[in-house]
Design a protein around this ligand. Structure first.
Ligand code: COA
Length: 334
């Protein structure tokens, strides 16, 4: 019989220590988009709740925006970057097959002792990464984990597609997680329905494009109404399960920070969950658009900066999107 392998000592829990975010400076209003897709400011506001979104410049990348957001989160946590043991970047718009954006980000923030990897779960990516980070810390595998959601969707949207061109924006949000004597990150409720991969997907694969180049390289396509119906019927169940798994009720929540997919989806989730009046609802989509994996930390940071939520309250997070992947958990606001 082989000798026993020494296990790593685990920890009781993890917590989010800090948040940071970054938005490119260029504001793209609805009129600019409407000119490209025969739409209007009024239609876009009514159907999505979006007034404007940000667009990265040519020299801004997923890794550079992630680095900006992460640098703020690290400074706010007061942790030396050399103490970070893992950097996870949730993204689906890093334009290199390899290496991972996280390796560049770890280098740029000075996380010289960190493992680094990307995580692809589309708009659920940030909550997936929080679930992984919490598990790594509780298992004793990592002490401090930097989790970043970063997207440059402007590179992967067709500006003539009426169903997507007005929705997506660019940006990044980051959190630093560390150990806690009492769990401050609740159990993650997550999953994916690969039977619905066609609902949000790329127009073609890179290899198909290589063999039959079309007018536009692979870009995002979406069956908007199917996504809408799925989000309202299934995502509300996932959020309720996350509340139950944390051992709390919705009355204990200070904030609801869903993925900023569409204001009407947020409104429907709030109605279905019957959230009490005092729960602050993140509505960052109005000015940031849908930034996929970046939307939840961006929204949380903006709520903190505006003083709409305070440290110590509980926030319900839920991410959902292509896959169709979803993940939700309750966390303490740093
Ligand atoms: N501007 C103006 N009119 C538009 C339009 C646009 N960008 N896109 C579609 N329309 C028109 C259509 O031509 C159609 O007109 P008609 O009734 O005269 O035929 C009408 O609006 C309805 O089209 P439809 O495609 O059914 O739009 P919709 O009501 O489903 O709204 C979305 C589109 C994308 C706003 C909606 O489906 C949605 O919010 N989906 C969820 C998307 C989402 O959250 N994705 C993120 C996932 S992470």
């Amino acid at each position: 019989m082989s000798p026993a392998i020494t296990p790593v000592a685990g920890r009781p829990g993890s917590r989010i220590l800090s948040v940071g975010s970054y938005l490119p400076s260029r504001v793209v209003g609805n009129d600019e988009i409407s000119a490209l897709i025969d739409s209007s400011d009024q239609w876009i506001r009514e159907r999505s709740g979006i007034s404007e979104r940000r667009r990265a410049s040519a020299d801004e990348t997923v890794a550079s925006m992630a680095t900006e957001a992460a640098t703020k989160a690290i400074a706010r946590a007061g942790i030396d970057p050399s103490e970070i043991s893992m950097v996870l970047v949730a993204t689906v718009t890093h334009p290199f097959q390899t290496p991972a954006a996280a390796t560049e980000v770890a280098f740029r923030v000075g996380a010289v002792n960190a493992a680094a990897s990307d995580l692809g779960a589309a708009c659920a990516g940030f909550c997936y990464a929080i679930g992984v980070a919490d598990s790594l810390i509780r298992a004793g595998t990592s002490k401090y984990v930097l989790v970043i959601g970063a997207e440059k969707f402007s590179d992967f949207v067709s500006w003539s597609d009426r169903g997507t061109a007005f929705i997506f924006g660019d940006g990044a949000g980051a959190v630093l997680l560390g150990p806690s004597d009492i769990p401050r990150v609740g159990p993650v409720i997550w999953g994916a329905d690969g039977g619905q991969i066609d609902v949000i997907t790329m127009s073609q694969s890179w290899t198909d494009y290589r063999d039959n180049p079309g007018e536009h390289y692979p870009h995002l396509t979406m069956q908007g109404q199917t996504v809408f119906r799925w989000a309202i019927s299934e995502v509300s169940k996932v959020t309720q399960r996350a509340i139950d798994a944390a051992g709390i009720t919705s009355a204990d929540l200070a904030a609801f920070v869903p993925h900023q997919a569409n204001m009407r989806i947020t409104d429907a989730l709030v109605r279905t969950l019957k959230l009490p009046e005092h729960v602050v609802i993140a509505r960052d989509i109005k000015t940031s658009g849908n930034t996929s994996a970046a939307s939840i930390p961006l929204a949380l940071d903006h709520l903190l900066e505006a003083g709409e939520v305070t440290s110590g309250g509980l926030a319900l997070l839920v991410g959902f999107g292509a896959g169709l992947a979803f993940a939700a958990q309750v966390v303490e606001i740093p």
